[in-house]
Design a protein around this ligand. Structure first.
Ligand code: C5P
Length: 314
């Protein structure tokens, strides 16, 4: 088949600890990542030409070479020139449902979908770990997006160890439509403010990252203890983003006042999520927070944890 529709789920960070600087300029991290069923749909079609074209129904998404999905296609062309010569370029159509610049890996999951889709269209037969190795060249979250589910991520975020699935939990996500936070800004601000707490070298940061395996959240996940999972949510980037954006802090506090299992900002934000055990509870909490803040710029989504990474639509 020369065309595929792929489902590309968003992710949230249940845990994000910044351990130190890396020699490549990135940060050494210890994270727990979770796929959710809020997802974009990506149509990929061989176009028989020598170009990549990208289309998206969201005006804020770049439709040129700067789009990470476009860069994913370019990288595949570089790596597999024979397949490109045989099948030609590709049309990438993105039905954007994941909010952009939101801390939900929307761009990363689109890029992951292009890698998985071109592997299928070009009959390459790549393994998941081969796809993830290519994915790591595009961004820190892209390897996780390929496989999805629940996983510990260390290094830049590309070293993954799967955890048991938690697909029964619900979450409410909330984001101010007009507010976007740059991931690079969040990390560099964190470095300026907290660089003095960093591990003194990559080796000692890596040694510290091992501790996430025996930490509160990973234990709670292993025991499927939802109350404990809610209590153990953690994100170092809240220290800079909540201070710089008081409306995100207000949102976080509004969720905290409801009876949620736990609430946290995802990634570099500004999306805030809260966990519940049922759909009616999630709907009730959304109503409470909507009434408490009453701002037409605030969007909500209700989603569920998902065990899936990129998959072909039925
Ligand atoms: O890897 P990705 O392009 O998604 O990262 C976006 C930005 O976030 C990077 O340019 C870097 O500033 C910051 N970052 C970091 N350390 C990481 C991951 C991301 O400093 N492990």
């Amino acid at each position: 088949m020369r065309s595929y529709t792929l489902i590309a789920p968003a992710k949230i960070n249940l845990y994000l600890e910044i351990l130190g600087d890396r020699q490549d300029g990135y940060h050494e991290l210890a994270m727990v990542l979770q796929s959710i069923d809020l997802a974009d749909r990506i149509d990929l079609r061989s176009n028989g030409t020598d170009v990549i074209r990208i289309h998206c129904n969201h005006p804020g998404v770049p439709q040129d070479k700067t789009n990470l999905a476009y860069r994913a296609a370019t990288l595949m062309i570089d790596q597999f020139p024979d397949a490109f010569a045989q099948y030609g370029g590709v049309e990438i159509e993105i039905d954007k449902r994941i909010p952009i610049a939101a801390g939900l890996a929307g761009g990363s999951t689109n890029a992951a979908a292009v890698l998985v889709g071109l592997d299928l269209i070009w009959n390459l037969g790549l393994t998941q770990s081969e796809l993830q190795e290519i994915a790591a060249q595009l961004g820190s979250d892209v390897p996780f997006c390929v496989a999805g589910g629940t996983a510990i991520a260390t290094g830049r975020g590309e070293k993954l160890s799967p955890l048991p699935d938690l697909d029964h939990l619900y979450l409410i996500l909330a984001k101010y439509r007009s507010l976007e936070v740059s991931t690079a800004w969040a990390y560099s601000t964190y470095r300026k403010q907290f660089g003095n707490t960093y591990a003194c070298n990559t080796e000692s940061a890596e040694a510290r990252s091992v501790k996430v395996n025996s930490g509160c959240l990973v234990n709670a996940i292993a025991h499927k203890d939802n109350a404990k999972i809610g209590e153990c949510l953690y994100n170092d980037l809240e220290k800079v983003v909540l201070r710089a954006y008081p409306q995100v802090l207000q949102l976080r506090e509004a969720f905290q006042r409801t009876g949620v299992l736990g609430t946290m900002m995802s990634g570099s934000g500004p999306t805030v999520f809260a966990l519940t055990e049922s759909l009616p509870q999630a709907q009730q909490i959304q109503t409470e927070v909507e009434n408490a803040i009453a701002n037409p710029d605030l969007d909500f989504w209700i989603a569920q944890f998902s065990p899936n990474g990129i998959r072909v639509a039925n």
